[in-house]
Design a protein around this ligand. Structure first.
Ligand code: BEZ
Length: 252
């Protein structure tokens, strides 16, 4: 990954522009259904908002995230959180469940992630996750690609994510010995709390950084391309999210 492609996280900016991400995690938390005494790994715990809800259910939870800023924010809530690369997890049969919300699509080596999850789980353990699925933010990424092409930039920087279909993800899980209990691709148009520019700055700043002094006009062009599709008559923005939600388990 080039420096320009590297995503960095600010817990403050995330809180302003993306609090809805953990707020919308209620359904996948329902699939996890943590119970007191369970030991659970929250993979890509971010600032710990959902990790805290797992702890509140009485489980013993460990959060891991690649971002030092996010891990610091999670620790400030009193959580047991650590910096770790989700593509090379080092846990060995420690957890009753591995949970993840809105993080796995940043870990593009999906097979390596699933292999690490399998190693982290005890026999009979379950994996419950929600991530961007096929078609997620398609309009947003296409607008960025268009802006890159018009300006002689790199369109690849518009889409660093993995958004698998249900079939592809199920096959990867089964290849690691998981039985898939339920899996669903769920279109979820998501109202944004701020302008589209806030979303773009929070989640795809490296794309705009490539334009140097033209950064602001590239951002304005992207917003203008998206407005007819994703902004309503009152000026409110909706992101074209699609979720892939899954529950899979290992044999006892
Ligand atoms: C998502 O949660 O689907 C997502 C968030 C940021 C960038 C891309 C996708």
């Amino acid at each position: 990954m080039t420096t320009a492609a590297k995503q960095t996280w600010s817990a403050d900016r995330y809180d302003r522009n993306a609090r809805f991400v953990s707020d919308l995690g209620a359904d996948v938390l329902g699939w996890l259904a943590p119970v007191p005494g369970e030991r659970i790994l929250d993979l890509g715990c971010g600032d710990g908002a959902l990790t805290m809800r797992i702890a509140d259910a009485g489980a013993s939870v460990v959060g891991v995230d690649a971002s030092a800023s996010m891990v610091e924010a999670a620790r400030s809530l009193g959580l047991d959180a650590h910096i770790a690369d989700g593509e090379s997890l080092a846990f060995d049969r420690e957890f009753d469940a591995v949970f993840s919300n809105a993080a796995l699509h940043w870990m593009t080596d999906m097979a390596a992630v699933i292999s690490g999850v399998r190693r982290a789980l005890k026999p009979g353990g379950r994996f419950v996750a929600e991530l961007g699925g096929l078609g997620n933010v398609a309009a947003i990424a296409t607008a960025m690609r268009g802006v890159a092409l018009a300006r002689g930039g790199d369109p690849e920087l518009a889409h660093p994510w993995a958004f698998p279909s249900a079939d592809v993800y199920q096959a990867l899980l089964e290849g690691e010995g998981f039985a898939v209990r339920r899996i669903a691709l769920i279109p979820r148009p998501t109202p944004l709390p701020t302008e589209m520019s806030g979303w773009l700055e929070t989640f795809r700043a490296p794309f705009f950084d490539q334009f140097g002094t033209d950064r602001h006009t590239a951002l304005a062009d992207t917003v203008a391309l998206l407005a007819p599709s994703l902004r309503d008559a009152e000026g409110r923005w909706t992101a074209d999210y699609v979720r892939l939600r899954v529950e899979a388990a290992l044999e006892k």
